[in-house]
Ligand binder design. Sequence first.
Ligand code: SAH
Length: 258
Amino acid sequence: MTTSPPSPVAPWRATVLTLFPEMFPGPLGVSLAGRALASGIWSLEARDIRASATDKHRSVDDTPAGGGPGMVLRADVLAAAIDAAAIDPERPKLLMSPRGRPLTQAFVRELAAGPGPLIVCGRFEGVDQRVIDARSLTEVSIGDYVLSGGEIAALVLIDACVRLLPGVMGKLESGTDESFSDGLLEYPQYTRPQLFEGWTIPDVLTSGDHAKVAAWRRAQAEALTEARRPDLWAEWQGRDGREQRGTGQKEPKSTTDG
Ligand code: SAH
């Protein structure tokens, strides 16, 4: 199922292997990602793993060797599905998995800069280890919790990548000046009305003094990061000391995102 028209320049593409292709593009069919999909900035192919089943029951899973609850996706069926996708060898081959490499903004930027991944969505108790090894799948986790399947995780990964593709966001800088992009959480945002239930917008933001606005935002971003994410704060302080000494403030952010 290809859900976008062909584009003259090779677009970023995602090839998803799933037992539930009807879950795609799902939420990626609307707003920024949906418009970019319709205009051919990226393309999406959701392929049904079950199409590679060979027995008369079209079975894709079986009980775990060694016993235990649940079912495991079969190595032979999944390998056949990966091979049938016939992707370019330079494209990353990912498996959504809670024990994988954490999906960070840096990892997202790396994936967005490439040709776009093949993404295998697990189900049940997971997939047979031999297909992970035999097809050199890179396991990727979206966080320390367990989902019922890899599809929502794949949607998260694709969404995070697509918004960074050239031409997807209104202003180029809106992809670089936000939470995580320089190691800090984002400063608070405000928009009209000026007065909301007795709450005003901080004066500095309406002062028209760009240097003061930038300094305020930086201070807010630092305070938030220190209070909420000691892990990011420690990392940023280390990096700030080594690499960022003497560099300027964050640029004002576009408010046109979305
Ligand atoms: N028994 C496995 C969990 C299986 S959950 C374990 O304990 O590791 C079923 C599928 O959901 C997984 O194969 C994976 O594709 C997906 N999944 C679940 N949690 C995920 C997460 N945090 N990140 C990415 N994928 C996840």
